[in-house]
Design a protein around this ligand. Structure first.
Ligand code: ATP
Length: 318
């Protein structure tokens, strides 16, 4: 079973408005409210793929109950640590021909006793797990080394960790003695880590940067490149993954869906090629749906078959 961790879930509310009037009343007919946060997108896609999944994290209040009910409706198993504070809302105003204005609450500040209680609950859940995914930013009150602590506990229990984070939290996790098994930075996130800007013209230099010492001990690095597919490193092997051109409806959450596909294939002990193709396919399928973190599994083999994975040479810079 795969355990997915969402430390700061939210209710994602989207309000389509023809024209946003500032300092005035905006009326909305067609509101959508779903369980959100990167880890819950991952959970949904793993569930669509038919793999056993248990969602955990920290949740609270009326909005926390809403999320749990939403997961029940989607038949996603969950076991959250409950706190005495409200889970947050994330509001997206979709207006004026494709503009998206977002209002994002930071969410609760986690108290020391809740932080310790979560780690205890998490340790218990790991007993039933062979792989854990950790996605997204950490709530206030938890230090940037919180994922490192969770990686240490996973290591003690022989559970592989797939980490999708960014900035200081990702850097701190990479500097920890125990490393994540897989990370999936996108083009910007890898650029921030190695101090370089990547675009199509210098993709070929990515393998060079993936050999940086900051990645020592990380078995898999999958750099997702949006419509350009991915470049990946598994131990000492490098891969270029090319994907078909498709009609994109909504790319938000493609990284989460990719993470879900990678996790499913890894938990089923697939080959490198199958792992990469599965991750790319779930990412692509998400971009074809209006809703974030949804895929149409019926289209899976069509797109899977159109993806190519080639070995890539490591080119020394300079
Ligand atoms: P997000 O933050 O929106 O979740 P991300 O930046 O982490 O996404 P991306 O690199 O944008 O991740 O996308 C992940 C994968 O999804 C890509 O490697 C690709 O397989 C698929 N994908 C994303 N955008 C497109 C696109 N425009 N066309 C086809 N596939 C796409």
């Amino acid at each position: 079973m795969i355990l997915t961790v969402t430390m700061n879930p939210s209710i994602d509310m989207s309000y389509p408005i023809d024209h946003l009037k500032i300092d005035d009343v905006n009326r909305v007919k067609d509101v959508s409210k779903t369980a959100g946060g990167k880890g819950l997108n991952v959970s949904r896609v793993i569930n669509f793929m038919g793999t056993d999944i248990l969602a955990t994290g920290i949740i609270g209040g009326f909005f926390g109950k809403f999320i749990e009910k939403n997961l029940d409706q989607e038949q996603i198993q969950h076991s959250f640590t409950h706190i005495d504070q409200e889970t947050r809302n994330s509001i997206a105003l979709l207006h004026d021909n494709g503009n998206q204005t977002e209002i994002l609450e930071s969410g609760p500040t986690i108290a020391e006793e809740d932080n310790i209680r979560f780690l205890k609950d998490y340790k218990k859940l790991l007993e039933k797990t062979d792989l854990v995914t950790m996605s997204g930013s950490l709530p206030r009150g938890l230090g940037s080394d919180y994922y490192s602590k969770m990686i240490d506990i996973a290591k003690e229990n022989n559970v592989k960790v797939i980490l999708d984070s960014s900035g200081e939290t990702l850097r701190t996790s990479l500097l920890n003695n125990n490393k994540p098994f897989l990370i999936k930075p996108n083009q910007n996130e890898i650029g921030q880590l190695v101090g370089e800007k990547f675009e199509r013209s210098n993709y070929d230099s990515i393998p060079y940067y993936l050999n940086s010492s900051i990645f020592d001990g990380v078995e898999w690095i999958v750099v997702s490149l949006g419509a350009d597919g991915a470049i990946a490193k598994h131990n000492k092997k490098f891969y270029r993954v090319k994907i078909p051109v498709i009609k994109v409806v909504n790319p938000v959450g493609s990284g989460d869906s990719t993470l879900a596909g990678l996790s499913v294939a890894i938990s089923h002990e697939k080959s490198d090629e199958e792992i990469l193709k599965t991750g790319m396919t779930t990412g692509i399928l998400n971009t074809m749906e209006k809703r974030t973190g949804f895929i149409n599994k019926d289209l899976f083999s069509k797109y899977y078959d159109e993806i190519t994975v080639e070995s890539m040479n490591y080119v020394k810079e300079g």
